[in-house]
Design a protein around this ligand. Sequence first.
Ligand SMILES: Cc1cc2nc3c(=O)[nH]c(=O)nc-3n(C[C@H](O)[C@H](O)[C@H](O)COP(=O)(O)O)c2cc1C
Length: 325
Amino acid sequence: MTSPAFFVRDLPIYGTVILSPMDGFSDLPFRLICRELGSAMSYTEFVNVDELAVTKRRDAKCWRKLEFDPVVERPMTFQIYGHDVDRIVRVAQCLQDLQPAPDIIDINLGCYVKSISERGAGAGMLRCPDKIETLFARLSRELRLPVTGKIRLGWDEASRNHVENAKRLEDNGASLIAVHGRTRAQGYSGQADWDAIAEVKQAVRIPVIGNGDVKTVADIARMRAHTGCDGVMIGRAAIGNPWIFAGKDREQVTLDEKIALMRRHLALNLEFYGPERGLVLFRKHAARYIAGLPNEAELRVPLLTASTVAEFDRLIESTLAPLTA
Ligand SMILES: Cc1cc2nc3c(=O)[nH]c(=O)nc-3n(C[C@H](O)[C@H](O)[C@H](O)COP(=O)(O)O)c2cc1C
């Protein structure tokens, strides 16, 4: 086996490109596909500690988000968020004792959604470096597992404090920092600031993962060269093109490969979510897999409204398969 690209505390990471945590997208089926194509570690979608704390049923939605494949998905990171330090620590302690157990607990310090950030969770924590310090000091003292954080650059342009927050994370036991190069106020507007990611990398000794606006295979190398980061996290560009983890841009993927992967992704969804929900939740991926195909316009509505797997298969057979001949 090749040597590790970097370590999360004592955990070797064999690769530098990683699927971002994405609510509604980075579920078990999609993560499996990305891992098979080369994503070097797994992050769950973010999960609310308030929900986990009060929901005991293991088949509840929030608990299902923490299911993973213990064979394919090592190392496995559970990403959680909350505003209450005590509750985050208690829930994290409980999560590390699950079977199968994750390898890493990550705290979301970047979610910009109002209902979350304005309550002091997600990016809301970026305004309170003291709270970040208290939280990570406790997590690193009270958990066996390594603890990591995913940040944005700050609350808004006037209060960018990524370097301070990164240092506080490191000084209080964080084993890795992922940095999305935007502020909370930016949401997804503007350009991710890769200079700021470089500033974080310069400021700490723990590994830094750069994130934001990596859209092509060439961007992966550009991000690493520009920032010096240890790894690169890809979110939106992986949806519809998980082959980016195998070093292929969208236009390099053949239609045969697309059809085969859509079928596999749908099958994984059906297995994980059951026939109805599995198909419904696959639609948003299907829309992205077919983006840019010559008959996208013709296929889009029927594919996104297909109500049975048989109907879905027939559409692929009649509309896409002939194009491969
Ligand atoms: C639909 C969607 C859901 C997201 N959910 C999460 C999440 O659960 N946890 C998190 O840390 N970031 C989340 N993000 C942010 C991404 O992880 C990433 O930081 C951001 O999309 C920038 O990277 P990109 O330019 O490669 O997409 C989400 C992004 C999108 C588009």
